[in-house]
Ligand binder design. Structure first.
Ligand code: AMP
Ligand code: GLY
Length: 420
C-alpha cells in the first residue's frame, strides 16, 4: 500500500479482510496501518525504492493511494519490471494531473462538463477573462493539492487569480497553463468506478465536505467528512452518470492510446441540465473511501487482481444497502499551521462497530501510545440502516476520542444540509 492517509488505512483495513492476503506493507503508513501492516520508511514518490522493495520481497500486488506517485510514473515503472500494480499509468493519470488535457478529452468525446477555454499565454487568458460574465472559475492545469481552483466573483478577482498562477507562479509549473470555465451550480457528488480499461464497474457514490467550518464556511481543506449514498442519487441519475460520463471517459482514454486502469473518480455537479464533470481523479477519494469501502461486500483483492489481469468482466461486485458516515478529527489550526505530537486517548472507547481510520498519526514511545502527526488526524466512521442512524452513531462515539485541540465539524450528513 503506497500512501499514509486515512484513505490508505481504509484500503489496508479492507485488503486485510481478504482470506488471500498474508501480509501487507504500507509506505509510509501511519499508526493505524501499523496494526494491520508493516510500515516502511519509504516516501510514496520514491519510485525506485518502492520498486526495489517490491522486487526483493516478491510483492504480489502494489496498490497506490495518492495521485503524486501515479503522476510520477509509478505504475509505468512497476509494469516495466513485471510487478503487478493497481493504479493508472502516467499517461492515464493525466486525466487528473492535467486539467487542460481532461477538458480537451471531455470536449472531444462529448462528456458533459462546464464550458471552458484553456490558455498557455497569459495575455490571451486576460483577454478572454475580460469578456466573461462572473462568477468565473480559474483552474491551474497541474496538481496543486487543492489550491489550484479559484471561484471568482468579478473580473478583477479573476485577473488576480490569473496573475497569481501565470505571472507570480504561486503554484510553480502547475500554473503554466490554465483552464477558465463557467461556474456551475447544483449538488456536488463523487462517482467512482473500477476499470480494466474496457469494463467499467461503478462503485457506490459519496459526498464530501471540503470547508473547515460548519455550514461550508471557512477555507478549503483536504476534506472534513463524507457520507454514502447521497439521498438524491437514484437509479435514473446512476444510469446517466455511467452512460454519459464514466464509460465514455474510459472508452475515450482507450481511443486516445492511454488505456485507463484502476479507479476513475468523477467529481460531478448535478445541475438542472444533468450531471456535469468538475474534474476527474485517477485514484480513490479521501475522505470518500472511508465511507465507500465499508459498504463493499466483494473481496477487494479479487477486484484489484481482475483489473490488473484485464478480466473485470468476470466478477460481480456487491455493495451493502447500509448507509455510511465519516467525520474527520483535525488538529487545532488546520488547514493553517498546527502542532503535532499530542497523545490521542480513547481510541479503544468507541463501540465495536465503529471504525477509526488514521491519517496523521504515529506510534508513540510508550506501549500502545498513538500521537497526532498531521492536520487531519482520524476519520471516525459508522454504518447504519440509513444516514441518520449512521450519523448518530458517529457523533455519539467521536466524543470519546481525545487529543489536545481536536476539532471536527458537527454538521456532516446533517438532515437539512444542502448536500443531502
Ligand atoms: P477541483 O480541485 O477541480 O475538485 O475543484 C475544487 C472545487 O471547486 C470543487 O470541488 C467544486 O466545489 C469547485 N468547482 C470546480 N469547478 C467548478 C465549476 N466549474 N463550477 C462551480 N464549482 C466548481
Ligand atoms: N475528496 C476529494 C478528493 O479526494 O480529491
Amino acid at each position: 500500500m503506497v500512501g499514509g492517509g486515512a484513505r490508505e488505512h481504509t484500503l489496508v483495513w479492507k485488503l486485510a479482510q481478504s482470506p488471500r492476503v498474508k501480509e501487507i506493507y504500507a509506505a509510509p503508513g501511519n499508526a493505524g496501518t501499523a496494526q494491520l501492516a508493516r510500515n516502511l520508511e519509504i516516501n510514496p514518490t520514491d519510485i525506485e525504492a518502492l520498486a526495489e522493495f517490491a522486487q526483493e520481497n516478491k510483492i504480489d500486488l502494489t496498490v497506490v493511494g495518492p495521485e503524486a506517485p501515479l503522476a510520477a510514473g509509478l505504475a509505468d515503472r512497476f509494469l516495466s519490471l513485471n510487478l503487478p500494480v493497481f493504479g493508472a499509468t502516467r499517461a492515464a493519470a493525466e486525466i487528473e494531473s492535467s486539467k487542460v488535457f481532461a477538458k480537451e478529452l471531455m470536449q472531444k468525446y462529448n462528456i458533459p462538463c462546464a464550458r471552458s477555454a484553456s490558455f498557455a499565454d497569459y495575455h490571451q487568458a486576460k483577454e478572454y477573462v475580460r469578456r466573461q460574465k462572473p462568477p468565473i472559475v480559474i483552474k491551474a492545469d497541474g496538481l496543486a493539492a487543492g489550491k489550484g481552483v479559484v471561484i471568482t466573483e468579478s473580473v478583477p478577482q479573476a485577473l488576480e487569480a490569473l496573475a497569481s498562477f501565470m505571472e507570480a507562479k504561486t503554484l510553480g509549473a502547475a500554473g503554466d497553463r490554465v483552464v477558465i470555465e463557467e461556474c456551475l451550480s447544483g449538488r456536488e457528488m463523487s462517482a467512482f468506478a473500477f476499470t480494466d480499461a474496457r469494463t467499467v464497474v461503478p462503485m457506490v457514490p459519496a459526498c464530501d465536505y471540503k470547508r473547515i467550518y460548519d455550514n461550508d464556511r471557512g477555507p478549503n481543506t483536504g476534506g472534513m467528512g463524507s457520507f454514502s449514498p447521497p439521498q438524491f442519487f437514484d437509479a435514473a441519475l446512476d444510469k446517466v452518470v455511467q452512460e454519459r460520463i464514466m464509460a465514455p471517459a474510459v472508452n475515450a482514454m482507450r481511443q486516445e492510446g492511454r488505456p485507463y486502469k484502476g479507479i476513475l473518480y468523477g467529481g460531478l455537479m448535478i445541475t438542472n441540465s444533468g450531471p456535469k464533470v468538475l474534474e476527474f481523479n485517477a485514484r480513490f477519494g479521501d475522505p470518500e473511501t472511508q465511507v465507500v469501502l465499508p459498504r463493499l461486500k466483494t473481496d477487494l483483492v479479487d477486484i484489484m487482481q481482475a483489473v490488473v489481469n484485464d478480466n473485470l468482466d468476470q466478477i460481480s461486485i456487491e455493495w451493502s444497502e447500509a448507509a455510511c458516515v465519516g467525520v474527520v478529527m483535525a488538529s487545532a489550526g488546520y488547514p493553517g499551521s498546527y502542532q503535532t505530537g499530542f497523545p490521542i486517548t480513547g481510541l479503544d472507547e468507541p463501540d465495536r462497530d465503529i471504525m477509526v481510520f488514521h491519517a496523521g498519526t504515529k506510534t508513540g514511545p510508550a506501549k500502545g501510545q498513538v500521537l497526532t502527526n498531521g492536520g487531519r488526524v482520524l476519520t471516525v466512521v459508522a454504518t447504519g440502516k440509513d444516514i441518520n442512524e449512521a450519523r448518530e452513531k458517529v457523533y455519539h462515539n467521536i466524543s470519546r476520542i481525545h487529543f489536545e485541540g481536536s476539532y471536527y465539524r458537527r454538521d456532516i450528513a446533517k438532515i437539512d444540509s444542502e448536500k443531502r
